[in-house]
Design a protein around this ligand. Structure first.
Ligand SMILES: Cc1cc2nc3c(=O)[nH]c(=O)nc-3n(C[C@H](O)[C@H](O)[C@H](O)COP(=O)(O)O)c2cc1C
Length: 188
């Protein structure tokens, strides 16, 4: 798939998944897309063993193995997470630690992709979490398209995000700009 959305919420069909789906739908106008909700996967935390640096493989056997090649083959990575106490979800954090370490061990395989971050939360901390996602992208050499506004949505209970009317205009415009950048880069 050209664009892959990884949903870092442990709650299936929640607010984060809703927004990531919406964003991917905008990209679907021109690209093939796939969504990967981590809630249904087993992703253990990185053990920091650094065996990947010697072997180019993660030693932990779980669902990460199946996701890594999909992300590496994609050209646009959309990461979504709820705010958990002003941080990203532990689930996404576990995933990104392993993704980042393995990518670095294999010659910066994430480098050159386009990275998009989407954050949902009930009330506070969104921009701090968005900054965490952007720092990850920056470290790993992804290209970050700017946008007309912050890709953050407000909603607490499952489905409440539908009441945040502003976020859909923001995500549509952001996705359109991402497609423009993608084409300017030669679509590769
Ligand atoms: C453990 C935990 C911590 C949370 N911390 C925050 C927070 O610091 N700020 C905030 O606005 N919302 C916080 N929330 C609310 C979630 O971010 C919010 O419900 C979000 O929409 C959940 O997304 P989901 O439906 O995709 O799981 C927290 C929720 C949980 C379960």
């Amino acid at each position: 798939m050209e664009a892959v959305g990884v949903v870092g919420s442990p709650r299936r069909r929640g607010n984060t998944e809703y927004l990531v789906r919406y964003y991917l739908k905008q990209l679907t106008k021109e690209l093939s897309t796939e969504i990967i909700p981590l809630a249904e996967r087993k992703i253990a935390a990185c053990r920091g063993c650094r065996r990947c640096q010697a072997t180019g493989e993660c030693q932990i056997r779980d669902d990460f193995q199946g996701i890594y090649p999909i992300v590496v083959k994609s050209k646009i990575l959309v990461l979504g997470t709820p705010v958990y106490y002003s941080g990203m979800s532990p689930l996404l954090s576990a995933f990104l630690s392993r993704l980042g370490m393995l990518s670095s061990s294999r010659g910066r395989e994430l480098g050159g992709k386009i990275g998009v971050g989407i954050v949902t939360g009930r009330r506070a901390g969104h921009n701090m979490v968005l900054a965490q996602l952007l720092q990850f992208y920056f470290y790993h050499g992804l290209i970050i398209p700017g946008g007309p506004y912050w890709t953050i949505g407000f909603g607490g209970g499952r489905g409440e995000i539908k009441n945040d009317r502003e976020i859909y205009t923001v995500l549509s415009a952001h996705a359109a700009f991402t497609l423009k950048i993608f084409k300017k880069l030669g679509g590769e």
